[in-house]
Design a protein around this ligand. Structure first.
Ligand SMILES: NC(=O)c1ccc[n+]([C@@H]2O[C@H](COP(=O)([O-])OP(=O)(O)OC[C@H]3O[C@@H](n4cnc5c(N)ncnc54)[C@H](OP(=O)(O)O)[C@@H]3O)[C@@H](O)[C@H]2O)c1
Length: 255
């Protein structure tokens, strides 16, 4: 699996130059029933020690690693590569309204402070407090839900030298990244247990006209300890020609 990912990432520089954004790997651990954790805001260790080490290897292959503020508040992660030898990727947090606590573990790494992507400006009183802790704050336009807009964020990361980005979740970040059709490849750890908890996707994915779903091309898998690791490149449905939308929809209902 690592050699496949290394192969993909060999393309990252050319990809970023061509597309003006980093190559994005979506990676997370889920239970057999597609749960990310027991419930929102509660951490649940799903990866075994072997797959956790694999995750650290994966992180070290990327220039940047991104999570949503929900994950930071729930898990207080360090997002390091401490289990392996390798370069530490730049941590990026999607935090529209600067909710990152000043005591977060991510702020205890003075040599590599995180970047925060926000929709706030330096007028927000928390901006200065975070800047004083070494955090780099990047302000973006809000999307239709008032959150950081992926289409603005990714080119800005590319301009700052992030050619490959690993996105680790959580649920809302995975939902919005796939909806924006901006994850290029996935590496998913499946732990052999049933949880019935927070679902990876909480709503149906509506892409464009909603007539298709992202699919993994040439899906591959490998058993690592007791876990299963599944990976591949993502293919998104082509947006249908506007005049054919109704006809397609009627076809699929009929079949
Ligand atoms: N099993 C795994 O691999 C794994 C990995 C990660 C997390 N988790 C679990 O997942 C849970 C956290 O997931 P979550 O859904 O609550 O939070 P999340 O996806 O980590 O973060 C969501 C928050 O990020 C902010 N955000 C800013 N821009 C966004 C955008 N464009 N799209 C989406 N979110 C954006 C929003 O908060 P603002 O509006 O305040 O900015 C949003 O509420 C925890 O229980 C954690 O343990 C599991």
């Amino acid at each position: 699996m690592l050699s496949a990912v290394k192969g993909w990432l060999d393309e990252a520089e050319a990809f970023a130059a061509r597309r003006g954004r980093p190559l994005v790997t979506l990676s997370y651990a889920q239970s057999m029933d597609g749960s990310l954790s027991l419930q929102r805001g509660q951490p649940l260790r799903l990866s075994s020690p072997s797959t956790m080490r694999l995750t650290h290897h994966l992180r070290a292959l990327h220039d940047g690693i991104l999570v949503g503020i929900g994950t930071v508040l729930a898990d207080n992660p360090r997002l390091t590569v401490r289990l392996v030898r390798g370069a530490q990727p730049q941590a990026v947090i999607l935090d529209s309204h600067l909710r990152l606590p000043l005591g977060a573990a991510l702020l205890n790494q003075p040599d590599r402070p995180p970047w925060i992507a926000t929709v706030e400006s330096s007028q927000n009183p928390r901006w200065q407090a975070l800047a004083e802790r070494g955090v780099v704050l990047l302000s973006f336009a809000a999307d239709s839900l008032g959150r950081v807009c992926w289409q603005e964020l990714l080119p800005a990361l590319s301009e700052r030298g992030i050619r490959s980005l690993m996105v680790e979740g959580g649920a809302q970040v995975i939902q919005s990244l796939l909806t924006a059709a901006l994850a290029d490849q996935v590496v998913i750890t499946i732990a052999p247990l049933f949880v019935g908890g927070l679902a990876v996707l909480e709503q149906p994915l509506i892409l464009g006209q909603g007539l298709g779903f992202p699919a993994i091309e040439r899906v591959a898998c490998q058993r690592v300890g007791e876990d299963l690791v599944v990976w591949g490149k993502l293919r998104y449905p082509d947006p249908p020609p506007a005049q054919n939308v109704t006809a397609h929809a009627e076809d699929s209902v009929a079949s």
